[in-house]
Design a protein around this ligand. Structure first.
Ligand code: SF4
Length: 470
């Protein structure tokens, strides 16, 4: 709930398919399963080998990619994108991806997940040299860089272009003939390769492969490029320098963003979250009658806490899945912050009980506070709040839309002060060490929003280093 209810959003999901059957219905399925990664806009671009067509719009996948639209887009390969954009930019249909442009290399489309940390500097330079941008999205910069390249093949042009960008860049590029997938050398955002009976799939998460009936082949390595074309799949391994490059996979994918039925960064997300719950129970035990989780993203961590502590797991909160964001927005300013629209406590379960409530994170703290009040109002005797991630003290610059630093409660208050603000019986956050213990290969992860150690500096328009965001 911390993350889901308090506006922490993934900024995108990407999917690409190259087969012999129509690509559009498959892209629709893949994007649908990646809906959690972006709910403000969706789109696809498909090609029949000669012509590329696209359709995109503001809204959920179901609203944008209706049956007649999907049926009207022929072609056996294509790419798709789910977008969540930051406030202010959200009403701009031109920012919805894939972004499609015509250039001297033909028609090109891009679907990007991440944030380029040198976007402002690159854009300013290109605008000074005469480039005209259609969008305010930093993803368009990649297209401009490719369009400018004088190299002979799509692969070489993409290699040259992507060498110039910094930060988080998992990207799918498409020409009328081929699809190229790439993960930046830090590997901030995931990308996996799957095999279909008649072709291949690239997707942010394996849940998109499952729904399309594709079998997981492997993750795309940080720094690796893969090309899908009529002759199959061609991997271009990272150069020796890129292979030894430090890695910074987003640990928040494991804590909250990815679906628990996905395998991300080589591990089942559900298994990682269970281990977060185990660590949390060891670090912050509580004498309680039951463990409940804030659904849905905290369910696996809640189950892990119950497994380790031996306290039974109960369904004490029900999340309303079907209320649209448009309808939540008007009630956000009401006294309950819209919490009642999103969750309902099961009073018969909670009444008179000492409860451990497990949540994946606390962002601003406002909705957590309202949730605690709701649990007490439903009759809970004690509320022991447990968070399956460390205190979030800094914003993200690598593809997650976070509030400004000053709005993050843990950047302003100590843990006991937060406990007091929330009105809980007790409060415990997982430690950074506990988080590192719960993931395999902890040295390959980014923890910057918890640790303040940012792996890639951010530059402003004139190339000055900046890491301030409020
Ligand atoms: S700063 Fe936080 S949210 Fe952003 S990439 Fe790093 S771990 Fe993920």
């Amino acid at each position: 709930m911390g993350a889901w209810s308090e506006g922490l959003r993934e900024e995108c999901g990407v999917v690409g398919v190259y087969g012999r059957l129509p690509a559009a219905p498959r892209l629709y399925l893949g994007l649908n399963s990646l809906q959690h990664r972006g709910q403000e806009g969706a789109g696809i671009a498909v090609s029949d080998g000669e012509h590329m067509r696209s359709h995109k719009g503001i809204g959920l996948v179901n609203d944008v990619l209706t049956e007649p639209v999907v049926a009207s887009l022929p072609g056996a390969f294509g790419i798709g994108h789910n977008r969540y954009s930051t406030t202010g930019a959200s009403a701009r249909p031109e920012n919805v991806q894939p972004i499609v442009v015509d250039c001297r290399h033909g028609r090109l489309a891009v679907a990007h997940n991440g944030n380029l940390t040198n976007a402002r500097e690159l854009r300013r330079r290109m605008e000074e040299e005469g480039s005209i941008f259609q969008t305010t999205s930093d993803s368009e910069i990649v297209l401009h860089l490719i369009a400018r390249s004088r190299r002979g093949s799509m692969l070489e042009r993409a290699r040259e272009a992507l060498a110039a960008v910094r930060g988080a860049c998992t990207v799918l590029l498409m020409s009328e003939k081929e699809i190229l997938g790439y993960r930046d050398p830090f590997g901030f955002r995931p990308l996996c390769l799957g095999r279909l009976p008649d072709g291949y799939v690239l997707a942010s998460e394996t849940c998109a492969l499952d729904i399309m009936g594709a079998e997981l082949v492997r993750e795309i390595e940080p720094g690796e490029m893969v090309l899908l074309d009529a002759s199959g799949v061609h991997g271009v391994p990272p150069s020796p320098g890129e292979a030894d490059h430090p890695k910074a996979q987003c640990v928040f994918e494991q804590i909250y963003f990815s679906r628990p039925d996905s395998v991300v960064f080589g591990e089942s997300v559900d298994r990682v979250r269970r281990r977060l719950g185990h660590e949390l129970a060891r670090e912050h035990p509580a004498a309680a009658d039951m463990v409940i989780a804030v659904p849905d993203s905290s369910n696996s961590a809640g189950l892990g806490f119950a497994e380790e502590s031996g306290i039974p797991f109960e369904l004490g909160l029900i999340r309303n899945h079907y209320i649209g964001r448009t309808f939540i927005a008007p009630v956000q300013n009401q006294r309950d912050g819209g919490v009642k629209v999103k969750y309902n406590p099961v009073a018969a379960v909670l009444r008179g009980k000492r409860i451990v409530v497990v949540d994946d994170s606390i962002v601003r703290g406002t909705t957590s506070r309202l949730l605690v009040r709701m649990l007490f109002s439903a009759g809970a005797r004690e509320v022991h709040f447990r968070v399956s991630s460390p205190p979030m003290t800094g914003p993200c610059f690598y593809g997650i839309d976070t509030p400004k630093r000053s709005e993050l409660i843990a950047s302003q208050l100590s843990v006991p002060e937060i406990g007091e603000y929330l009105g809980v019986t007790s409060l415990g956050y997982l430690s950074l060490d506990g988080l590192r213990r719960a993931v395999a290969a902890p040295e390959r992860f980014c923890y910057a929003c918890f640790s303040g150690e940012y792996p890639v500096p951010v530059t402003d328009e004139v190339g000055r280093l900046t890491l301030e965001r409020g």
